[in-house]
Write a protein that binds this ligand. Structure first.
Ligand code: GLN
Length: 190
């Protein structure tokens, strides 16, 4: 099994390190041919507007959408969550997303004064509490009926799953815990 990490921009290296720590093989995905060898894909944090543009110019957008349709497991964190959402508030009008999680996200939704914060969260998937780092994070402001909430923070869903898509509003790759990446790898191996 090889896990690809979208490496056009943003916080991809920490995801690769975390996946390696768990014994998974992780490779950077920058061009369409890199996608051929991967069984799953992580979309990291960064700037979703820039990533959207780079997905177009690298000609990765359509092949990734096809792979997700074929059942490839995807995990989006922060900007990556925005890329998986069906609805984006406060985005650029030309910003594209894969629309595989039926949620609305508000970009930078936690407001200026608390744009970035850290908190320990409980999840439904492990007994351990997970340290969650939110950096200019998207806020999930609507949840579709088929979307499962796996963790909340400050009263909002922050870890969600639907079909083969997993999304986190925070940065699990910056936490000491490996629980969230383990959850994703379990869905890839099973
Ligand atoms: N605010 C960024 C965006 O809208 C996301 C921030 C992040 O990924 N840390 O794309």
């Amino acid at each position: 099994m090889t896990v690809g990490v979208l490496a056009l921009q943003g916080a991809f290296q920490a995801h690769i390190d975390k996946l390696n720590e768990l014994g998974a093989e992780a490779v950077e995905v920058k061009r369409p041919e890199h996608l051929e060898g991967v069984d799953a894909l992580v979309m990291p944090g960064g700037e979703s507007t820039t990533m959207s543009m780079l997905l177009e110019s690298s000609e990765l957008f359509d092949p990734i959408a096809e792979r997700i349709d074929d059942g490839m497991a995807v995990f989006g964190t922060c900007a990556g969550l925005i890329l998986l959402a069906t609805d984006i508030e406060d985005g650029r009008p030309d910003q594209r997303s894969f629309g595989r999680l039926d949620i609305a996200v508000q970009r930078n939704g936690y407001g200026r004064q608390v744009e970035s914060f850290e908190t320990d969260i409980a999840t439904t998937v492990t007994d351990e509490s997970v340290h969650a780092v939110f950096i200019r994070a998207p806020k999930i402001v609507r949840l579709g009926s088929d979307v499962e909430v796996l963790a909340e923070a400050r009263g909002d869903a922050v870890l969600v799953r639907s079909g083969n898509a997993l999304g986190a509003g925070f940065h699990p790759e910056l936490s000491k815990s490996t629980a969230i990446h383990r959850l994703f790898l379990d869905s890839v191996y099973n």
